[in-house]
Design a protein around this ligand. Sequence first.
Ligand SMILES: Cc1cc2nc3c(=O)[nH]c(=O)nc-3n(C[C@H](O)[C@H](O)[C@H](O)COP(=O)(O)OP(=O)(O)OC[C@H]3O[C@@H](n4cnc5c(N)ncnc54)[C@H](O)[C@@H]3O)c2cc1C
Length: 317
Amino acid sequence: VIPPITSPIIDRLYEAAVIGAGPAGAAAAIQLKRYGIDPLVFEKDKVGGLLNNANLVENYPGFPGGISGPELVDRINKQLIQVGVGVHFQKVIEVDYEHDFFVINTADAFWLAKRLVFAVGTEPCSIDVPISPGAVSKVFYEVHPLIQKSGLRVMVVGAGDAAFDYALNIAGREGQAAIVNRGNIIKCLPLLWKRAKECPSISYYPNTRILTVQEALNGIELTARCESPEGEFEMAADYILFAVGRNPAANIFSGRLIALQQGLIEAERLFMVGDAVNGVFRQTAIAAGDGLRAAMQICRDYEREPVEVKLDARRPL
Ligand SMILES: Cc1cc2nc3c(=O)[nH]c(=O)nc-3n(C[C@H](O)[C@H](O)[C@H](O)COP(=O)(O)OP(=O)(O)OC[C@H]3O[C@@H](n4cnc5c(N)ncnc54)[C@H](O)[C@@H]3O)c2cc1C
């Protein structure tokens, strides 16, 4: 049984905390602010989260013709600033639950919150390919660090939406992308496959396995040794980008919180939202909707100042 929420006892006690400022966390924070609650928001990397990697978001309502991920992130950023949500750019290391409060541990401080929106998203699956030390700095799992430059040659490993989206993104910046698929099944949206097929600067290698990744002799690019039914061959590129699936972000709950987790969810104190819990339904609008719902549940019982309407302030209809 979860004990009732008691009154604030410590300076740094917040009504609600949000971990992760991707679409889910940002939507929660904006809605909390609309209810007059100042949320405590933590982000370990960039506002917008995974959306920073999206080439073209075509399924978020309100953007006919689509909007690029970074542009949508820019809008989210502006909206957070405009409504006055501050973001602590700190990684949350652990969350515990003590005396009715979430205890949020960052590297240099503890923070207390009555409610927690956990919106940490996913992290990339790594791949079991030997990578030489000299090539490590050329290996990526997300495209956003690469799209600042144009004209890159990038090997993209994978066969899903992300791999094809990344390839189109690179190609759209005067680059060349080679999509390497260890099988022969393509798992992306048909429209992404069609666009990639029609793009002259994207090549596709089915049934191809990467054996090793090494720094090239010229020191400015890498070489991947590959194996296909036709035999082994080498491919040179500036960077290699692995898009071989994502898992929910690592659990940062203490053992005590894990034991209380289900009860806290049922008591509407803990809200697990967005990609971290949505299985295959990982989409921006779903994540944002989750965050919004969590904020509305938090605010449902939140006491608001009654608005006094004076009789003489009324106007005829
Ligand atoms: C290539 C690509 C294309 C996509 N295209 C589309 C599309 O066209 N349409 C669409 O709807 N969706 C698309 N998506 C999916 C969309 O980006 C995600 O569904 C959405 O970003 C999920 O939002 P989220 O807030 O749940 O998680 P995320 O966006 O992953 O955000 C989670 C945030 O939490 C932060 N975080 C994690 N752990 C901690 C911690 N311990 N402390 C502090 N912060 C932490 C992370 O840094 C991150 O910023 C695409 C994704 C990719 C990769």
